[in-house]
Design a protein. Structure first.
Length: 731
């Protein structure tokens, strides 16, 4: 098929549209497109998108003919700029040029003079008055000169070009891509990797020489978009804070390993006497530290989110969402605009959600029952047949039933997750959500509820329920059994998680290539074809990565006092995770469709609730599982102590004090730094001047000169009110 003259000589191909090479797409007799496929190209042409069609190098295993028809897409700067103005795309402003126009003023589009509106900079300001200012794209000549171009070659960054090209495809060409995929008209439509930017980002992310705080987060955002940028920003920020907890946990672990008694004495002496200055219990002190650390981390992350949103121009960003193609409803008219819409009744929506949750809650109960069976197996091996799973070391018989059952529990967790994940996705589809954000938020709630039970139920059982139910713990110490269970469950989860992230996409890519096409040398396949055969990352990939980090936060806070090295394990894992995720995104996966975001969304609320639960769980482990009061009684030789009463009193007191302290801390720390709030106000003011061209009262207000004659006229007091002219004179 003949190529058309390029619309933009140096503009790279940015998107790929993949058709199946079958009779529904191509007329075999004329080797031309069928009407349905040709209509798609016609719509793309009308939207200003250039296309290039070619056959794939891969051959069908059945017919030995090219299995795919690939259509590459690109457009010119003129169409990109037009679409940017239509959708009000936020663009960074050049600080130097913005300062110049603010100090000099300018002539507005209607000919009015906009006088100087320079902003003073104080010595205490964190940002200069014109730094990190973003405004919607405007075609006005005076505004065009103020935008910060991405580079000499491209005014828009590659991410913004993809956003605009997708908007042209969906909104201007009006192609419902998901519906076309569901109908089999197309196989997929996806962005192409940039051959210049991708190798640089890959090398930067996968290098083993940089520390976590030097991760190129801004480069990730510039290439993959704000949503993935915020995930990496959270991963890096969380890892940096983990390093603090890891060092403290390492110190506590070494102290516990070197001092047999849990009571640590810090002694100071002089020539005459020695006396105790401080007596510290490592377990309660470390538990209090973890709660304080998690609270400060979360409050600091909120502030970091506000700062990044300012720098990236996504503060309070609102995207106009399209109705999901799978959304079902009866045709109706919008009561506000009169536009045709699909109507789905609230009663039907509520009923479907009730059915969905009933099924999912039943599966959660099944999961809890399986966990109970695993612990029954552990009890059976320990009590009924203690010699079946035991080894003798240095004359001491050690039971392995608990470690073995912990490994079984890890297998159960991963299997149940796969089952629940597939079912929850189907139930989410059944609930018939209208927009992608509603779909993803409802899925998030379902996923968090199950994963909370699935991931932590075994640890909760050991810490809270095992002794009351079974009467004893492994080696007669529930605290030590909790420690070993945490080590095994979390350790195996780390290994399994990294194996899945590294090897599963590669195996999928190989299986997909061999299943759909005949063998072909990779170097014969075009860039678009190679990327089509790669794993799709999508919203689910971003969701799963964020879920992994949120669950890790739970392991690092809920029962961390049982094993103080947990934060250190998490930090080491995250150092690897940053590089693994970077490699997957730049090498193994297709380029995700960039999405704007102003933060992590509902994930922050999940973290808030997890911090609250960590306060309760750590308090319970301190005062019940570990038996803090028993240590105090042993040290001070107290007698006639009402243990149940004082255990409860200490537990309630600890939780109450820490919750109050956390609430006060949260109130004292603003979610938005003062410097960011000030800069956002400056941005709003500059928008009114530069784009809205609001004229201040003192800009061009009409005035008359005050002359002696005028003052004489004004200084007349009339005898009575009359209908004549006033003393100010005729206008």
């Amino acid at each position: 098929m003949a190529e058309t003259q390029p619309l933009c000589k140096h503009d790279p191909w940015a998107y790929a549209l993949v058709f199946p090479n079958d009779d529904a797409t191509v007329d075999a007799s004329t080797m031309t497109l069928q009407p349905a496929a040709l209509e798609i190209l016609g719509r793309l042409y009308s939207a200003g998108i250039e296309t290039k069609l070619f056959h794939s190098a891969s051959l069908s295993t059945a017919t030995k003919t090219p299995s795919l028809i690939i259509c590459k897409l690109r457009t010119t700067h003129a169409f990109l700029a037009s679409e940017a103005a239509r959708i009000n795309l936020p663009m960074p402003m050049n600080a130097v040029k913005l300062r110049a126009i603010a100090e000099s003023g300018f002539i507005g589009t209607d000919g009015r003079l906009i006088e100087s509106f320079a902003i003073a900079q104080l010595a205490t300001d964190t940002y200069t008055p014109y730094e990190h200012i973003h405004m919607k794209y405007d075609v006005a000549p005076h505004a065009q000169a103020l935008y910060e171009p991405h580079s000499h070659e491209h005014f828009f960054s590659s991410t913004k070009r993809l956003l605009l090209l997708e908007s042209l495809i969906v909104n201007v060409a009006q192609l419902n891509l998901e519906a076309l995929k569901a109908q089999g008209v197309i196989l997929d439509c996806f962005p192409l990797h940039d051959d210049v930017e991708r190798p640089l980002l890959r090398d930067a992310l996968t290098s083993m020489t940089y520390m976590t705080w030097h991760t190129p987060v801004h480069a990730v955002k510039n290439y993959f978009g704000c949503r993935i940028g915020f995930y990496f920003a959270y991963l890096v920020f969380y890892s940096n804070w983990l390093l603090i907890a890891a060092l403290v946990g390492l110190g506590v672990f070494l102290l516990e390993a070197s001092i047999k008694t849990p009571l640590l004495h810090f002694v100071s002496g002089n020539a005459t006497a020695s006396f105790y200055l401080i007596q510290v219990y490592t377990v309660p002190l470390f538990g209090a530290f973890v709660v304080l650390w998690s609270t400060l981390f979360l409050e600091s992350w909120k502030r970091q989110t506000a700062t990044l949103a300012l720098q990236w121009g996504t503060t309070n960003i609102e995207e106009v969402e399209q109705v999901r193609p799978s959304f079902q409803g009866v045709p109706a008219s919008c009561s506000i605009t009169g536009a045709p819409i699909k109507y789905f009744s609230e009663a039907e929506k509520l009923w479907r959600q009730l059915v969905s949750w009933a099924i999912l809650l039943a599966l959660i109960l099944v999961d809890m029952a399986i966990v109970a069976l695993v612990f029954y197996l552990r009890y059976y091996l320990t009590q009924t047949h203690p010699t079946w799973c035991s080894v003798t070391i240095s004359g001491h018989e050690l039971s392995l039933s608990s470690p073995i059952c912990s490994c079984v529990n890890v297998v159960q967790m991963n299997l149940m997750y796969r089952i629940y994940d597939r079912l929850s996705l189907r139930m989410n589809e059944y609930e018939n959500h209208a927009t992608d954000s509603a779909y993803e938020n409802h899925y998030l709630v379902k996923s968090i509820l199950f994963n909370f039970v699935n991931s932590y139920m075994a640890l909760v059982y050991v810490a809270v329920l095992k002794k009351p139910i079974e009467g004893k713990c492994w080696e007669d110490d529930c605290f030590w059994e909790l420690r070993y269970s945490l080590i095994i469950i979390y350790g195996v989860q780390i290994v399994v998680g990294n194996v899945k992230e590294v090897w599963v996409p590669r195996l999928y890519n190989k299986l997909l290539g061999h299943r759909t096409v005949a063998r072909c040398e990779v170097d014969l396949r075009s860039r678009a074809e190679q990327q089509f055969l790669q794993t799709e990352y999508g919203w689910k990939g971003s969701f799963d990565d964020t879920l992994e980090m949120v669950l890790q936060f739970g392991y690092s806070t809920f029962f961390v006092i049982a094993f103080p090295l947990t934060p250190l394990l998490s930090y080491v894992n995250n150092v690897i995770e940053i590089r693994v995720d970077g490699y997957r995104l730049t090498v193994d996966c297709r380029r995700p469709v960039p999405r704007n975001a102003d933060g992590l969304g509902l994930w922050v609320d999940v973290l808030e609730n997890m911090v609250t639960f960590s306060i309760v769980s750590n308090a319970y482990v301190i005062f019940y599982t570990h038996g803090y009061l028993g240590d105090v009684i042993d040290v001070y030789l107290w007698q006639n102590v009402n243990r149940p009463y004082w255990d409860l009193a200490l537990f309630v007191g600890f939780v109450t004090i820490v919750l109050l302290f956390r609430a006060v801390l949260a109130m004292c720390i603003d979610d938005v730094p003062a410097a960011v709030a000030k800069q956002l106000k400056r941005q709003a003011f500059l928008v009114t001047k530069v784009l809205d061209q609001v004229v201040a009262d003192t800009d061009v207000a009409k005035r008359r000169a005050i002359t002696p004659a005028a003052l004489t006229t004004l200084n007349i007091i009339h005898a009575n009110d009359s209908d004549g002219h006033g003393s100010y004179g005729a206008v």
